[in-house]
Design a protein around this ligand. Structure first.
Ligand SMILES: [Zn+2]
Length: 395
């Protein structure tokens, strides 16, 4: 990449931003931005941000798709993302990204006694696009961290990779004016030699979720479900890599299962599938971490999101076929996107998985999608799940 008049190695800049401070300063005042050299046919700009005296680079807002698909700044195009409908909830500034979450992280007065679930549900209807719910935030973080993009020549993606990428994004965000890193616990990958440090971190996170008088502080937890069990009082979710479980009421768990049927279906819990959750957590009067709301996302084994088990199967097959692709994330909107987009074809190929049949609404939707893609002149790769997978390798 280029900073001011010098070509520098991006990994070195990322590792030692302090060494590049004066160059950053010069690039910012003289050029106004950095330049990524991933493409020869086009100049791709990078945002230079400065926070507490430290510079870092970020993808140009809505410009991530201009990078070469293999570039680490590449992001799926905004035309293929529910993000565009949240323009008012997400604002980018010189110091980072500010997000308005529909559920407050600090609850005061009588509101603290109302059930969170009901408030969140009504909130979605009233302020749908000016603030985001938990699913939209989860999709936003996943997309910003580039976890909805697959490149065949990458290292296998495990939870450690996901966490590192998510943390980088969280570092750049404020949620309801609070630094996201303060409010969010991204479950660290289990390492026996670091278990003391991890436990201390978790205790510190829980310790900040205090209830003083009628003020409750809440936090956010991102993790992968290991198992869910009934307890005497409700249900208990254990997350992968984490010893301490989270608790929730049976009523909330039932609602979550209804809201995210594909993430909690029989097929979804088969091996190779993952259930990633973003939980809004507070502490019970006795101090237990209690989930007051939850968004869930089904993924394949490489943490690529899928809207159904069949889609997860398609994602697996595309990975096996060595394809580069994007999974468009709808946030919680209703926009129509292809199930996957193959970005190693030019022009890109759309992929559709036709699963649920017979329901009239589904058939209508299917026809509408096919017509839309035809009109856009797109090549469509279709899989009717009654039959076998179509050939997916590139000729
Ligand atoms: Zn680039």
């Amino acid at each position: 990449m280029r900073l001011a008049d010098r070509v520098v190695v991006i990994n070195d800049v990322r590792k030692h931003p302090d060494r590049y401070s004066s160059l950053f300063g010069r690039a910012r005042s003289e050029v106004g931005h950095g330049i990524c050299l991933c493409r020869t046919d086009e100049t791709v700009r990078l945002v230079i941000r400065c926070r507490v005296g430290r510079y870092h680079l970020a993808t140009w807002p809505a410009g991530g798709h201009q990078h070469a698909p293999g570039c680490s700044w590449y992001r799926s195009p905004s035309s293929m993302s529910g993000r565009s409908t949240y323009a008012e909830a997400i604002s980018t500034t010189d110091t980072g990204t500010a997000i308005r979450l529909s559920t407050p992280l600090t609850v005061r007065g009588a509101a603290a006694d109302k059930p969170a679930a009901r408030r969140a549900e009504s909130g979605v209807v009233q302020t749908a696009r000016r603030s985001m719910g938990l699913l939209a935030l989860l999709h936003f973080l996943w997309e910003s961290a580039r976890l909805n993009v697959w490149q065949p020549r990458g290292t296998p993606r495990d939870w450690r990779t996901c966490r590192t990428l998510l943390e980088e994004q969280a570092d750049d965000c404020r949620v309801n004016q609070q630094p996201l890193t303060e409010a969010l616990w991204i479950v660290p990958p289990f390492q026996r030699e670091h278990s003391d440090r991890i436990n201390t971190g978790w205790e510190r996170f829980l310790g900040a979720l205090v209830n003083v008088g009628r003020v409750r502080r809440r936090g956010l937890v991102i993790g992968e479900i290991r198992d869910i069990e009934k307890t005497q009082y409700g249900e208990r979710i254990r997350l992968a890599h984490q010893r301490a479980p989270l608790y929730l009421s049976t009523k909330l768990m039932d609602r979550v299962r209804r809201s995210y049927p594909s993430a909690f279906s029989e097929l979804a819990t088969r091996s190779g599938r993952r259930q990633v959750v973003l939980c809004l957590v507070e502490r019970s009067p006795r101090g237990y971490p209690t989930i007051v709301d939850l968004a869930a996302m089904l993924t394949n084994s490489s943490y690529l999101p899928a809207d159904s088990s069949h889609e997860a199967e398609m994602a697996d097959a595309l990975v096996a076929a060595g394809r580069a692709f994007v999974k468009p994330l709808h946030y919680d909107g209703t926009e129509v996107f292809p199930d996957f987009v193959l970005i190693d074809d030019d022009p890109e190929t759309y992929v559709e998985v036709w699963g649920v049949r017979g329901r009239e609404s589904y058939e209508d939707r299917k026809r509408a999608k096919q017509a839309l893609y035809r009109a856009a002149g797109r090549t469509l790769l279709e899989w009717d799940v009654r039959g076998s997978l179509p050939p997916l390798t590139r000729d």
